[in-house]
Ligand binder design. Sequence first.
Ligand code: MG
Length: 384
Amino acid sequence: MKKLIILGSTGSIGRQALDIIRRHRDMFQVVGLSTHKNVELLMKQVDEFGPKAVAVSDHNSIQAMRKKLGKRVEILGGESGLVELSLLDADLALNALVGSVGLESTIAIIKSGKDLALANKESMVVGGEIINHLLTKSESNIIPVDSEHSAIYQCLLGEKKQEINKVILTASGGPFKDKKLSELKNVTPKEALAHPRWNMGKKISIDSATLMNKGLEVIEAHFLFKQNYDEIEVIIHPQSIIHSMVEFMDGSIKAHLGPTDMRIPIQYAFSYPERLESSVPKLNLLEVRELVFEKPNLVNFPCLEYAIEAGRNGKSFPAVLNAANEEAVEAFLKEKIPFLGISKVIYEVLSEHKPMDIVDIKVLKEVEGLARGKAKEKIDSWRS
Ligand code: MG
């Protein structure tokens, strides 16, 4: 029986994770769950899965949870509650939090020596160097949940690092792939949230529409697989049948194909190194017939380039990119800035940034705070 902690259990990835556990009750036991403020759903999850403890990160929602659940389960509060939850006795923790707020939990999980199923890519983007340093001193392993990184992870099993030529990340291109730049001016949050292939949360859906998601994934791949940025390629593959590839020195390419359903990579991270039966309908290649690939359009979707550039520049740039993006995405969702304003805010914050060495989490938080402040200034004074 593997004991699991699910951070962000009321979000899209968290709910799909619980769906897997529901189907494999004999293999997995839930010891911890968390929500930001979806107390209603968390209560139902507590009833169904009976964890030892839960964390509620939104201060205003802790009281509501205490009232409703009383003494039935230990309730941990605030951001420190997430860290306490991460330290519970367990074999593996899924970090499915949204945004760089997930970094402290990632660090706590690694320090505690348990394995980490990583869905919170932002923690790798902003804290990649800190995380990789901690991993050298810990028993903990990271099993990626992001579908592309799960694919690459699987392609690399049994291979030697020095024989890799490059990793090839595939991208669906998002809902606006074929729109003209002029048409992107007036797209709404609702249109941006309608992803053609994957069923995902709000933040990542907007990131997919701007291609920032792919940019963050390039940085994530750099830190996870220790590849230089020259050895990471992004290719548009609208069907999302191939989830990513690795090219080796002899010209061989290994690809990972499968249905577009996040439950597969989540389940793989839970069951690794074994595989389990899945209820997801299998892929019918005769229906797929052919695979299509395209070059990314960096004029319409400059966020991809900004992210790769920030990754190459290293130091505090990825953290600044991510902080500015989190603020800009939230502002777009609240209709404070237009869709094309997202990349503009990020560009301006990045170009005014004076790089710092990320020596520890304190410096990182300082850098993030400054970048968020700058981004907010630009959003508040937005004139289209
Ligand atoms: Mg992905």
